[in-house]
Design a protein around this ligand. Structure first.
Ligand code: SF4
Length: 339
C-alpha cells in the first residue's frame, strides 16, 4: 500500500510562519495537488462534492496544515494522562471508527505545525505531575503514523520524549510506514502500538489502512528497534468462525515477531451508540457491521450516552478465548485491559 498523499491541501496563513508549515507549502506548491489557503482549520466551507457522502470522502483525502491554538490537552484515561495533539483526523475508512462521531462535519486531516508550542505545553504537564511519570497519547484524534511521511512530527515527538525523564509517549496505528521512525532516539520512552484484528474485520471494515500482514511486519521492525511494543485488538467481534480467526491472528503474531519482553495487549469488544450507528449507516450504507440493538446489552456510558455492548454470555466467551490465547502465546505480556 502506497503511503497517503492528499488530493487537496489547505494552509492557514499563520502556518507559514513555522518551519514545518513553510516546508510543506513549498513541497505541495511544486506538485500537481491543488493548494488553497483557509482562514481557519476549523472551518473549511469550500470543500468540493455534491452530496454529503461525496464531501465526506473528499474531506478524508484533504490535508489541512494549521496551528494548534488550544494548548490545553484533553485527558486520555485509562491508557495515558493526556492526549498530545499532533494531528486531528485520519484518511482511513474504518467503518466503526469513533472519529465519525467526535469529528462530525470536519473529517479532514489536520496537521499542526507549531510543534514547539505543543512541546512546551507538554513540558508544563510533565512538571505539574513530577515526580510522577506522565504519559501522553498521540493517537486520540488521529493515526499519527499515517501522515508521518508528510510531517515528520511523530519522530520529533518520540525524540522529545526520549529526552524527558518523566515523560512517556504512546500511540497506536493501522499503518505500516514505520521506517522513518526506526532510528529515532526513543530511549524506551515510547510505546509503539499496532491495531490488529481478525482477517474478517480487517477485510470488511478497515478500508484505506495497511493490510494486516504489513502491520505485523512493521511491528517486527519496531520491536527490533527496541521500542516497547503493544497491540490493540479492537473491536473484537463475534462472527462466523471468530474463535478460529482470532486464534490465527495470535498465532501469526507469535510466528512473525521476535521475542519482546516489554509487550502489552489492549482488548476491546465491539460496542456502538445510536448516534454512531446512524452516522455509519449513512457513510457506509453497505456495511456488514452488526449493530442490532435488540441483540445487545445496554450500558450507560459517560455523558448519559447509552452504549450497546455484547450480551454477558458473549462477553464472557470473548474474555476467556482472548485471555487464554494471549497467555498461552505471550506469557510475558501484560493485558492492560479487556473490556
Ligand atoms: S485508522 Fe484509526 S483513526 Fe483512522 S479511520 Fe481507522 S480507526 Fe479511525
Amino acid at each position: 500500500m502506497k503511503p497517503f498523499q492528499p488530493d487537496l491541501v489547505y494552509f492557514e496563513p499563520a502556518a507559514l510562519d513555522y518551519p514545518l508549515g513553510k516546508e510543506l507549502y513549498e513541497k505541495y506548491k511544486h506538485t500537481s495537488i491543488p493548494v488553497e489557503m483557509t482562514t481557519s482549520h476549523n472551518r473549511i466551507t469550500s470543500l468540493p462534492g455534491d452530496t454529503e457522502l461525496e464531501k465526506y470522502r473528499i474531506a478524508k483525502r484533504t490535508l489541512v496544515v494549521g496551528i494548534r491554538k488550544t494548548l490545553t490537552f484533553d485527558t486520555s484515561k485509562p491508557s495515558a494522562e493526556y492526549a498530545i495533539p499532533l494531528a486531528t483526523g485520519c484518511m482511513g475508512h474504518c467503518h466503526y471508527c469513533y472519529l465519525q462521531t467526535t469529528m462530525g462535519a470536519r473529517p479532514y486531516v489536520r496537521a499542526y505545525v507549531n510543534l514547539d508550542d505543543i512541546f512546551q505545553a507538554t513540558d508544563k504537564y510533565i512538571a505539574e505531575r513530577s515526580p510522577e511519570v506522565t504519559r501522553f497519547e498521540a493517537a486520540c484524534t488521529s493515526d499519527p503514523v499515517g501522515i508521518e511521511h508528510i510531517t515528520g512530527s511523530l519522530k520529533k515527538a518520540i525524540e522529545f520524549m526520549g529526552e524527558r525523564e518523566l515523560g512517556r509517549l504512546r500511540f497506536v496505528t493501522k499503518y505500516a510506514n514505520v521506517d522513518s521512525l526506526l532510528d529515532a532516539k526513543h530511549n524506551g520512552h515510547t510505546r509503539f502500538r499496532f491495531s490488529v484484528n481478525a482477517d474478517y474485520v480487517v477485510k470488511n471494515f478497515e478500508p484505506a489502512t495497511s493490510p494486516l500482514a504489513d502491520r505485523i511486519e512493521a511491528a517486527g521492525k519496531v520491536a527490533r528497534a527496541g521500542y516497547p511494543l503493544g497491540f490493540i485488538i479492537a473491536p473484537i467481534m463475534i462472527f462466523d468462525g471468530w474463535e478460529d480467526q482470532y486464534a490465527d491472528l495470535i498465532h501469526k503474531l507469535h510466528d512473525t515477531l521476535p521475542h519482546v519482553d516489554d509487550l502489552t495487549f489492549e482488548l476491546i469488544t465491539h460496542r456502538f451508540t445510536k448516534t454512531a450507528k446512524n452516522i455509519i449507516e449513512k457513510r457506509y450504507p453497505k456495511t456488514k457491521l452488526e449493530m442490532n440493538e435488540e441483540e445487545r446489552k445496554k450500558k450507560w456510558g459517560r455523558y448519559g450516552r447509552t452504549k450497546y455492548v455484547y450480551q454477558d454470555v458473549h462477553m464472557e466467551a470473548i474474555r476467556v478465548h482472548m485471555k487464554t490465547l494471549v497467555e498461552q502465546y505471550f506469557p510475558q505480556a501484560e493485558i492492560s485491559y479487556l473490556t
